[in-house]
Design a binder for this molecule. Structure first.
Ligand code: UDP
Length: 381
């Protein structure tokens, strides 16, 4: 099966990291076409997945675009659409991994007569997208996609509520290779030393720095926790959200937490860093489509506190394999952190169970086989 994958991003967010795992088994028969250059290209190359940057023009449309902006950017896309349609003739199907990839892939699939698959990594709700963007995504997917793979029940539901067709949707959670999350005690000790946090209770937050990822909620909660609790914020402002980064630094200073919050920037050693933590906090203020970091925390055998909305609720069962707190409630988050700090053994037992269940539920081999089955059905091979 020859697949042309399309993704708009030059930087690796969750959808891009997921795509690496999906494309890997097809690396001898696929191409990943990107609409921007950046570190995602290098990651694909490291994984020996063929990759090509298909345009060097920035695509202007943003999550909150109006109809006129949307239409204007469509005309800018014509050369790219033509290029994709030409390349697609060499492949059996087009696999659009992001919304702009859907726009380009939809029209290119029509021109090249290749079936279109859309991997939906987003919750198409008003919280996340403008009406125009939702309408464009749903209309194109309904009209052109032969199959939609949603990354959670929550993403599927939001797509249907936005007017999307139900009968072409399958669900595939993100898959993970659990071996990558087994880190030796020596490595953990070394990393904690390097961070200068050997005797601290480390709470890790792993996400791009963005208002809806809620790093500010964790900082506010930290102010209500014992002195030996510290926070590491792992991730960068991927999509130009520098103002938020400034606000976070200001908040830390104003709360007098300068020596208890570390900004580590974007890192490639997530399993190591998570394993060096005592607790993982996920604090998104809007519904998370899936929440890779939640599963990754579990795979590292760490207790995870997640915001109770969207895909997180499909991963975590409160008090069984993690903790759920109401989004946007630093007070409640602080109570659960304090509880975890007091009941270390009980919390660790829960985290160990969570690890076992995450290994079973999110095995990348099994999930890739499911996706391969969906694609074979589509092509009837
Ligand atoms: N991540 C990373 N380096 C960082 C911060 C995050 O590689 O510095 C990874 C993280 O481990 C996770 C992904 O980025 O696999 C984020 O995916 P998630 O589903 O949590 O959020 P999204 O980016 O899709 O909104």
């Amino acid at each position: 099966m020859k697949i042309l994958f399309l993704d708009q991003s030059g930087k690796p967010g969750g959808a891009e990291l997921c795509l690496i795992d999906i494309a890997k088994p097809y690396r001898h028969h696929c191409l990943v076409g990107l609409f921007a250059d950046g570190s995602f290209k290098s990651l694909l190359e490291q994984n020996e997945i063929p990759v090509e940057i298909l345009t060097n023009r920035e695509i202007q449309v943003r999550k909150e675009s109006s109809l006129s902006q949307g239409l204007a950017s469509l005309t800018q896309l014509l050369p790219l659409i033509n290029k994709v349609a030409t390349i697609a003739r060499e492949y059996d199907l087009i696999y659009a991994n992001t919304q702009k990839a859907l726009v380009v892939g939809a029209i290119a699939s029509f021109i090249s007569r290749r079936p279109l698959v859309y991997h939906l990594h987003d919750i198409l709700s008003p919280e996340h997208f403008s009406k125009t963007n939702r309408t464009i995504a749903v209309s194109l997917a309904n009209r052109f996609a032969k199959l939609i793979i949603a990354n959670s029940q929550a993403s599927k539901q939001a797509f249907i509520e936005a007017g999307g067709k139900e009968n072409i949707i399958e669900i595939a959670y993100n898959g993970f290779d659990s071996n990558l999350y087994q880190i030796s005690n020596d490595e953990i000790k070394k990393l904690r030393q390097e961070l200068g946090l050997e005797n601290k209770f480390i709470i890790g937050h792993f996400s791009r720095l963005s208002p809806w990822k809620g790093q500010h909620i964790l900082i506010e909660a930290l102010a209500k926790c014992p002195e030996n609790a510290v926070v590491i914020l792992v991730g960068d402002a991927l999509f130009g959200e520098q103002e938020y980064v400034k606000k976070l630094h200001l908040q830390v200073t104003n709360l007098g937490l300068g020596n208890r919050v570390k900004f580590l920037g974007f890192r490639n050693d997530i399993p190591q860093l998570m394993s060096a933590c005592d607790l993982i906090a996920h604090t998104s203020t809007a519904a998370e489509p899936f929440g890779r970091v939640i599963v990754e925390g579990m795979l590292c055998g760490k207790p995870v506190i997640a915001a109770k909305a969207g895909g997180a609720m499909e991963i975590v069962e409160n008090g069984v394999n993690g903790f759920l707190v109401v989004p946007n409630q630093p007070q409640e988050l602080a109570i659960v952190i304090n509880q975890c700090m007091q009941e270390i053994e009980k919390t660790q037992t829960l985290a160990n169970k969570a690890r076992e269940s995450a290994i079973a539920r999110f095995d990348v081999e099994v999930i890739n086989q499911n996706i391969a089955g969906f694609l074979r059905n589509l092509l009837q091979v």
